[in-house]
Design a protein around this ligand. Structure first.
Ligand SMILES: Nc1ncnc2c1ncn2[C@@H]1O[C@H](COP(=O)(O)OP(=O)(O)O)[C@@H](O)[C@H]1O
Ligand SMILES: N[C@@H](CCOP(=O)(O)O)C(=O)O
Length: 318
């Protein structure tokens, strides 16, 4: 019987935590915003079929698809060959979008293989495998998309600790509007814009912003958490890739958004809103002013508490 697995979209950095903070989001209307992987059965050789809204953005040769790359990596990690699989990737996240698209396919694939074969890898082994696979795409290992997509929620990375990452508190009424203009930005290229070293003043401002945000979440000081959201690391050097950002920010703040930031490496933007009403106005504005082509999409979201999991057949009506 076919098994369907799902992993949600994610926003890396969340403005204050370059490579250290990431959140999984889901549309409030109950839609699935993330990739689905179906395991239809076993075969002599693994085969991958592509479907879904953004299948046209994937490499034509499925051998280059991250799903099959992850299956090879998974077998290497187990140190033994596994049977071939009949796979289908339902690609719902645009590629090079800033929504953790590569991470989402990596997470859903690694989670599915581990579940299908009886969980031979522990949670932290699987997370490390996912981060390695993501590093192969973006040029350097970073966990801020794979961790929330795998585990759900808002995740703070803890490099050097055994736990690897920890879920942070949030505000349940917060809404996040994710708006993808339909154009592409390669994460690898956007990472090349980040300087290898930061001046001391910027390093202090970065540490201060992240600490202030995390501490405000723990003390449930909403105003302080919102005020802490300021990107001093990535936005200044990536702004030339997204020149509309300052104008969009002013317009959305006038509509009630508390913050507008770059989702991951962009070009998707995320707007944090304190109410549903503000979020609806913000979503309407972004749909009208930020969409560039037919591939564009805007979703009114909340934090997704759950990450990768088994789901029902997404094509069935019930
Ligand atoms: N299943 C997949 N999902 C997303 N990207 C894939 C997949 N398989 C292969 N790729 C390739 O991986 C790269 C992902 O680019 P990247 O800029 O990191 O995307 P994103 O920022 O959306 O994660 C692209 O070159 C894309 O063609
Ligand atoms: N911390 C990374 C996040 C990249 O996210 P993506 O969704 O654009 O792949 C970075 O900012 O480079």
């Amino acid at each position: 019987m076919t098994q369907y697995y799902y992993a949600p979209a994610s926003t890396g950095n969340l403005s204050v935590g370059f490579d250290l903070l990431g959140a999984a989001f889901e549309p409030v209307d109950g839609q699935l915003l993330g990739d689905v992987l179906a395991i239809h059965g076993e075969a002599v050789q693994s085969r991958l079929r592509l479907s879904g809204r953004y299948q046209h953005q994937l490499p034509a040769d499925t051998d280059d698809n991250l799903v099959l790359r992850c299956y090879r990596l998974f077998q290497q990690r187990l140190g033994k060959p596994l049977p071939g699989l009949e796979l289908e990737l339902i690609k719902a996240l645009p590629v090079g979008s800033g929504l953790g698209s590569s991470a989402c396919s990596i997470v859903v694939a690694c989670y599915a293989f581990n579940h299908y074969f009886g969980e031979p890898l522990s949670q932290s082994e699987l997370l490390q495998l996912m981060a390695e696979a993501e590093g192969g795409v973006s040029g350097s290992v970073h966990y801020d998309n794979v961790a929330p997509s795998y585990l759900g929620g808002l995740q703070l990375m803890l490099p050097g600790s055994r736990q690897l990452c920890r879920a942070l508190p949030w505000f349940d009424h917060w809404r996040v509007v994710l708006s993808y203009p339909g154009t592409t930005l390669s994460t690898k290229a956007a990472r090349a814009a980040i300087p290898a070293q930061l001046p001391l003043a910027t390093s202090i401002a970065f540490a201060a912003g992240l600490s202030r945000f995390v501490s405000a979440l723990y003390s449930q000081d909403e105003a302080d958490a919102m005020a802490a959201l300021n990107d001093v690391v990535a936005e200044p050097v990536r702004l030339h890739l997204m020149p509309e950002l300052p104008q969009l920010r002013s317009a959305l703040q006038a509509l009630g958004a508390a913050h507008l930031g770059i989702s991951g490496a962009g070009p998707t933007v995320f707007a944090l809103c304190p109410t549903d009403c503000a979020a609806r106005d913000v979503a309407a504005y972004l749909t009208q002013h930020y969409h560039k082509n037919q591939d564009a999409m805007t979703h009114l979201c909340r934090l997704a508490p759950k990450g990768a999991r088994l789901v029902k057949d997404p094509n069935s009506c019930n």
